[in-house]
Write a protein that binds this ligand. Structure first.
Ligand SMILES: [Zn+2]
Length: 178
């Protein structure tokens, strides 16, 4: 999720995302929404744990998502306030829900990082999505948020997921923190 200006929706993205959202509603019951339950549901569907990492991101980023062999990792900017943090998290989850692809961390990345040939920032930049995919994720995140409000589950919006404290080792192995 880069801090880019998003152009008005003049294509069929809106109707495609509404159809995708209708499919999600068939599988997930928003009347009992909590972000943790939503992430649990998506982890089962996606087949991997989804981990959240709070970092000081480069100025052009609010959030980012990368894949590792055994986990999906969502980064969010540590300076984001709680409601914005939740939106960033939903936006990155929406990329996964849309079936978008992102950079997958390999041993080669880890080696390059260890040799100082690659910076964590570079990985985040390589995770950047095209503007069409950005629109899709943003629209789907907005549809999810609207549904949360419709079911008066917005008190759950105060519970944006904080970074998992026990993931330090994984982030280090990925070369994303020192
Ligand atoms: Zn995005």
């Amino acid at each position: 999720m880069m801090r880019a200006h998003i152009t008005p929706f003049i294509d069929d993205t809106h109707s495609r995302m509404q159809a995708r959202f209708a499919d999600i509603c068939q599988e997930f019951d928003f009347s009992h929404f909590s972000l943790a339950a939503f992430v649990d549901w998506l982890e089962r569907k996606h087949g991997k744990p989804i981990l959240f990492c709070e970092e000081q991101l480069p100025p052009t980023f609010f959030g980012a998502w990368i894949e590792a062999d055994d986990a999906s990792v969502i980064f969010f900017d540590k300076s984001a306030i709680s409601l914005h943090r939740l939106h960033i998290q939903l936006h990155e989850l929406a990329h996964i829900l849309c079936g978008h692809k992102t950079i997958c961390i390999t041993d080669e990345h880890k080696r390059a990082y260890a040799l100082g040939l690659l910076k964590a920032e570079d990985l985040l930049f390589r995770s950047s999505q095209t503007s069409v995919k950005e629109k899709e994720a943003e629209l789907l995140a907005v549809l999810i948020q609207k549904e949360i409000y419709k079911h008066k589950r917005h008190h759950e919006l105060d519970n944006a997921i904080t970074a998992y404290a026990d993931m330090h080792e994984l982030y280090q192995a990925l070369g994303l923190i020192r």
